[in-house]
Design a protein around this ligand. Structure first.
Ligand SMILES: NC(=O)c1ccc[n+]([C@@H]2O[C@H](COP(=O)([O-])OP(=O)(O)OC[C@H]3O[C@@H](n4cnc5c(N)ncnc54)[C@H](O)[C@@H]3O)[C@@H](O)[C@H]2O)c1
Length: 343
């Protein structure tokens, strides 16, 4: 990392406070770089992705007179990455960005592809840009000892890749036993690499997400974003994506476009790796549908989703939000138990 940053006269480091405390030996090396270092420590988590925090970081950069030919490097999970990417793309119309993702979810997915953003007016990623990092450094040691919840969260996105064309990852997940063995084992680096290769391939064909191959990556995300927003972001992204995929596959089955075996494979993987299913009922159908209406992918009032048809093919569907409401109600009725009390 030091070699990579040494050609810049000024380096801005945006770092997660948690990561800074957990890995105190990783960052001091930057103290020896040739250029000047500005360090910004961040309380990460979804609330970091706000316009207020964006302004705070921008103010530091402006007050310090950070020049345009600087490097902005981030070390942290997807929330730090999303804010850092947005700052890097907008400060003086763009400075170079280096990504050092530290959660499984950010290593396997969010560090690549150029999307960034902050939440606004209760809507996730309402403001953001497309802006590629000039370099990405992945060190799997960051996740080897992290909490099981973080691994399950990353597994939500990994399962997505396994269903949209990454057959080797699908087989590795089918042959695995549990999340802890996967976390400690040798296959994790391979899985991360395979998922990122698939993402790079799809992104390179459709960088701005204009209805091309990149849309495949949004599988599960329409429902997932509504779940995250309905829970006031207490439910993490990868966990929401896993349930989002279950619901979107159910919708695909109901519309007659999706093979039932996909939902059964996903259910099996979620059970094996202890990825929880979100009870949509607990979030409220009206709340979920209100967020779905706000989805960025709505066209003429209909919500566009791309769902796998089978392990090889994805299909596009455009559905009226009221029809989605009835599908979700039916999903809840057939998949979620109702708490009953006897008087
Ligand atoms: N831009 C994209 O393409 C894209 C794709 C997927 C998700 N996302 C976004 O990513 C965000 C979620 O990212 P996340 O799951 O990394 O969440 P996060 O950044 O909130 O990190 C989760 C928690 O893990 C801690 N943490 C970070 N690294 C750690 C480590 N090595 N060991 C232990 N704890 C560590 C953090 O302090 C935080 O408390 C969401 O906002 C989501 O919308 C963006």
């Amino acid at each position: 990392m030091v070699d990579e940053v040494d050609r810049y006269s000024h380096v801005v480091l945006m770092i997660s406070k948690t990561v800074d405390e957990l890995f105190p030996e990783t960052i001091p090396k930057l103290g020896s770089i040739r250029g000047e270092l500005t360090r910004i420590t961040l309380n990460d988590g979804e609330s970091l992705k706000s316009i207020r925090n964006y302004q705070k970081v921008m103010r530091v950069l402006i007050e310090r007179g950070i020049p345009r030919d600087s490097l902005l490097a981030y070390v942290g999970g997807g929330t730090v990455g999303d804010l850092a990417g947005f700052v890097a793309s907008t400060y003086k119309r763009g400075v170079d960005l280096m990504a050092v993702p530290t959660t499984l979810l950010s290593q396997v997915d969010s560090c690549m592809g150029g999307k960034n953003g902050i939440n606004f007016s209760g809507v996730k990623n309402a403001i953001g840009t497309f802006y590629n990092p000039s370099s990405i450094i992945i060190d799997v040691d960051f996740v080897k000892n992290s909490a099981p919840d973080m691994i399950r969260d990353g597994l939500g996105e990994i399962m997505k890749y396994s269903l949209i064309g990454e057959h080797t990852v699908f087989n590795l997940l089918q042959n695995g036993t549990d999340a802890e063995t996967l976390q400690k084992g040798d296959s994790l680096s391979r899985i991360i690499t395979l998922c990122l290769k698939l993402k790079a391939d799809k992104v390179s064909k459709d960088f701005r997400d204009r209805n091309g191959e990149r849309r495949d990556l949004n599988f599960g995300h329409t429902i997932a974003h509504a779940i995250e927003s309905s829970s006031k972001n207490t439910i993490h992204h990868g966990i929401a994506v896993a349930t989002g995929m279950l619901v979107e596959l159910y919708i695909g089955e109901t519309m007659g476009v999706t093979d039932k075996s996909l939902r059964s494979s996903l259910s099996g993987m979620m059970a094996r790796y202890s990825v929880p299913r979100i009870q949509l009922r607990s979030l409220g159908l009206d709340t979920i549908v209100s967020f779905i209406r706000n989805d960025k992918k709505s066209v003429d009032g209909k919500i566009a989703m791309r769902i796998p048809s089978d392990m090889e093919t994805m299909v596009d569907v455009a559905i009226d939000p009221e029809v989605i409401r009835s599908h979700i109600r039916s999903y809840m009725d057939s998949n979620e138990s109702v708490a009953r009390s006897t008087i």
